[in-house]
Design a binder for this molecule. Structure first.
Ligand code: SF4
Length: 436
């Protein structure tokens, strides 16, 4: 197994052995169960010994024996299981363990920094490619998973706080209407005039007849090159399926404005994936939109608003910045699809929203069609997709999706919320829509 040790690529001299496998001649890592069962025999070996701990096997079970092991290998069974992080800290702080602590299993690249901060020396990685990627990752982290030497709150603490905030007994848990409690920012764009709304409405009706027969790429081309030349933008999350629409747009106009909302709560993987796609597709006008710093300072000073009033958090981190960014445009393109379910199941291809025309060229696309498009055009997948994240938004509000679950089931899991609001605000409601 390739290994990254103390920030460097390393050859792994150690081998893992199962409970009933013959022991290797050299350095060997065995399970806690095997250690308990074969302790006497293992102590007579003339080769270094390592111990493997599962996430439900705390180091306390073997604290008195730690001196016998040159390596303690901590298994991470899932991304969300934080216990091995605690074990690493305990090994160093409480038990004064001086040997090598290694990590293996489901570990995200964003966790590397924190493993390092907790005294983990080495991480087993899948292959050479993953090893090279991780080697370049140390300076790129935006998500924190465990308490370390600084005061930044880790992801798991944030998740626990979310779970606690979701208890029905909490009186301050927000609902959709409570966004209205907070006045809009002073510089909010004006609401669309009735005349503007009527124009957008009429365009949607006309486009239904004129472009209803077109494929997604041809519809996009008609909107970009003919109907809204210089006056239309694509809004992309750079999520799991975003590459399809971005590729189509790159074939038509690489300089089309692509608006990317960086809520400052995103996964580092999403930011890196954005950079990868921008490079691969040659997109030359990707604009990263961020929340207004004063607004965040006023309403979310400790960055925990998502745990109490998720809708307000989405309002200041997504809805308001996007409304500002879209202000110069008469139309925008989104990547939503009907197969994503819930409110999207009835998604039109063209709709009027807040005095603008909104184009959803992939509304009728299936997952199979999207997969074929990725293959046909050699598009890279979002790195978290392989980890079970099928719809990816902000880190604190995104969870893995279990087999058989709705692909957006991991978004705001457990909350009565399935959209961030950029498609749901009163100003964005459709007056007219066309399913084409
Ligand atoms: S998805 Fe979560 S963290 Fe992101 S803006 Fe909405 S509530 Fe805040």
């Amino acid at each position: 197994m390739p290994l990254i040790r103390d920030g460097n690529l390393a050859l792994d001299q150690w081998v893992h052995r199962g409970d009933d496998e013959p022991l290797a001649d050299g350095p060997t890592i065995v399970s806690l169960d095997r250690w308990k069962r074969d302790r006497a025999a293992l102590l007579t070996r003339n080769a270094p010994l390592g111990l493997r701990l599962k996430s439900d096997q705390a180091p306390a079970q073997v604290a008195a024996d730690l001196g016998h092991f040159s390596v303690v290998a901590l298994e991470f069974p899932t991304f969300k299981d934080g216990r091995p992080f605690s074990y690493a800290k305990l090994l160093r702080d409480r038990y004064g363990y001086k040997g090598e602590v290694r990590a293996f299993g489901h570990i995200l690249r964003d966790q590397y920094l924190f493993l390092d901060r907790l005294g983990v020396n080495s991480i087993e990685v899948k292959d050479e490619k993953q090893l090279r990627e991780w080697k370049t990752a140390l300076g790129e982290f935006s998500v924190f998973y465990q308490p370390g030497v600084d005061a930044r709150r880790p992801a798991m603490a944030l998740r626990r706080q979310v779970a606690s905030a979701l208890k029905p007994s909490r009186p301050d848990f927000d609902d959709l209407t409570r966004v209205a409690d907070v006045p809009p920012p002073a510089d909010a764009p004006p609401a669309p005039s009735p005349a503007r709304i009527a124009v957008a409405d009429a365009k949607v009706r006309a486009f239904s007849h004129k472009y209803g027969h077109l494929s997604a790429p041809k519809l996009i081309a008609a909107m970009i090159d003919v109907e809204f030349k210089g006056n239309i933008a694509l809004v992309s999350s750079f999520g799991t399926e975003a590459a399809v629409l971005l590729h189509m747009v790159s074939e038509i106009d690489r300089n089309l404005p692509v608006l990317f909302l960086d809520t400052q709560k995103l996964f580092g993987e999403t930011l890196r994936y954005r950079d990868q796609l921008v490079g691969q597709l040659g997109l030359s006008n990707v604009q990263t939109i961020r929340p207004d710093a004063e607004r965040v300072k006023e309403l979310d000073p400790n960055g925990m608003l998502f745990s109490r009033r998720a809708n307000l958090c989405c309002q200041i981190r997504k809805v308001e910045p996007l409304e500002r960014a879209l202000h110069p445009y008469d139309a925008w393109i989104t990547g939503r699809k009907r197969y994503q379910g819930r409110r999207r199941a009835v998604l039109p291809v063209i709709e009027a929203a807040g005095g603008r025309v909104k184009i959803n060229p992939l509304a009728g696309w299936s997952k199979d069609l999207l997969d074929e498009y990725f293959l046909e055009h050699g598009l890279p997948h979002h790195p978290l997709e392989a980890e079970g994240f099928l719809s990816i938004g902000c880190m604190p509000c995104t969870d893995r999706v279990a087999p058989g679950e709705d692909m957006r089931a991991g978004r705001w899991r457990g909350q009565d919320k399935d959209e961030c609001g950029i498609h749901e605000t009163p100003a964005a409601q459709s007056l007219t829509s066309s399913g084409l």
